[in-house]
Design a protein around this ligand. Structure first.
Ligand code: GDP
Ligand code: MN
Length: 391
């Protein structure tokens, strides 16, 4: 689950990690008031959306006069923001963060993730802050530094020093103390909130030696919600794909992709393999809907409905390996979906496993129009043929 920048900064502030003074606003009146309360000029006006790359896309503005705080806020609110990470239709800005402008001396990049190859929490630090870190990693990997942390021993001051004394020239003593405190706080938060990512880009220092988090990106590992219940309140469903939300409600996993083949599968591994064979057959998946192990007839029916709500879908491939999910249950769900709303696109079915004969029989008896594939490769070929020429 992604947090908004303002939510992450509230958490930072509570744990003693310095952030600029700021206020969240949703109307022009609130913006007027915020400009009176918050120190400026300048002020920084920031669109609160779950997408990075806002700075380059016009989602972060500098205001030099109080009236500019208001006009810039009005320009953002209610309008779509298109960044490198949003897709061409962009995302609607519902909230804006107004902050005091900080005079930047140096900009750093700081993040914490789990390094899967070493299975350790890992801090990444770079002197090339404020920039697209993927680009920095590709062009100048020598300015990116990493520290693996043993979670049993925890964060140690030497981890911070290793990172900080790599930077050329190293910051002065006051600044180093500030940055070290930020680093140990990031580690603490990462562990206590069960994060999969904390990213501060840029983490800036001022001439007086203050270290301030100008940006904040936090992702909470959803597997930890059983012990992070209070964080669930920070979820903003407006930022999610409506079909993903609908799928979530029925315990289905739906992921939107760019093609035109709708996919229903069971299990993440089978989903990945199905995407691969569809691509190899020359088509492209529009989504995949993973119904998981124990799906019921009603869940299958809902799943078909969700896939069909996406008008880009020109054919559906059902690839099910019946284990815990029996093929007859799946067939009943498909028939129910067809009866209720109809399936207006070609349906290609590849069924294997428990009760496969019963499943096929149910589909045939219902006189559902569908193509049966004997294996995955054939299913992919059939579906590719159906969508070839479709937009
Ligand atoms: P992102 O583009 O979505 O990552 O948004 P950021 O929060 O990183 O903001 C983009 C850029 O705006 C930063 O890299 C800074 O250069 C600039 N910026 C943000 N806040 C301030 C501030 O308080 N003062 C100054 N001078 N620049 C800022
Ligand atoms: Mn940023």
């Amino acid at each position: 689950m992604k947090l908004h920048e303002y939510q992450a900064k509230e958490i930072f502030l509570k744990s003693g990690l310095p952030v600029p003074n700021g206020q969240l606003v949703t109307t022009a009146e609130q913006a007027t008031r915020a400009a009176q309360i918050i120190k400026g000029a300048p002020w920084v006006i920031k669109a609160q959306v779950h997408a990075g790359g806002r700075g380059k896309a016009g989602g972060v503005k500098l205001a030099h006069y109080p009236y500019e705080v208001v006009t810039e806020t009005e320009a953002l609110l209610g309008n779509p923001l298109v960044t490198k990470q949003t897709g061409p239709e962009g995302v609607i800005v519902n909230q804006v963060l107004i902050e005091e402008g900080i005079e930047i001396d140096r900009e750093y990049y700081l993040s914490m993730v789990i390094d899967r190859s070493t299975a350790n929490p890992t801090m990444i630090f770079s002197t090339a802050g404020g920039m697209d870190i993927e680009e920095v990693a590709a062009k100048t990997p020598e300015v990116i530094f990493k520290e693996h942390v043993d979670p049993v021993a925890g964060w140690m001051p030497h981890h911070a020093r290793n990172l900080l004394y790599c930077s050329e020239p190293p910051p002065d003593q006051t600044t180093i103390a500030g940055l070290m405190a930020v680093m140990s706080n990031v580690y603490k938060l990462f562990m206590t909130l069960d994060c999969s990512l904390i990213e501060i880009n840029p983490l800036v220092t001022t001439r007086e030696g203050r270290a301030v988090a100008l940006d904040a990106k936090v992702i909470i590992d959803s597997n930890a919600f059983f012990r992070q219940k209070e964080l669930l309140e920070l979820d903003d469903p407006r930022e999610k794909d409506p079909l993903e939300l609908m799928a979530e409600k029925y315990q289905l996993n739906y992921i939107r992709l760019d093609g035109n083949v709708g996919c229903m599968v069971n299990g993440a591994g089978l989903a990945m393999a199905t995407m691969d064979v569809i691509k190899m057959a020359g088509a492209a998946p529009a989504n995949f809907l993973d119904v998981g192990g124990g799906a019921s007839e009603a869940m299958i029916e809902k799943g078909v409905e969700i896939i069909l709500k996406d008008k880009r879908v020109k054919a559906i491939l059902i690839n099910i390996f019946g284990g815990i999910l029996r093929c007859d249950i799946l067939a009943k769900g498909l028939v129910a979906a067809a009866k209720k709303k109809g399936i207006g696109v070609p349906l290609i079915v590849r069924l294997e496993g428990t009760n496969v004969a019963e499943g096929r029989e149910i589909l045939e008896e219902a006189q559902l129009k569908f193509l049966v594939a004997k294996d995955m490769a054939e299913a992919a070929k059939l579906v590719a043929k159906q969508v070839s020429g479709a937009g």
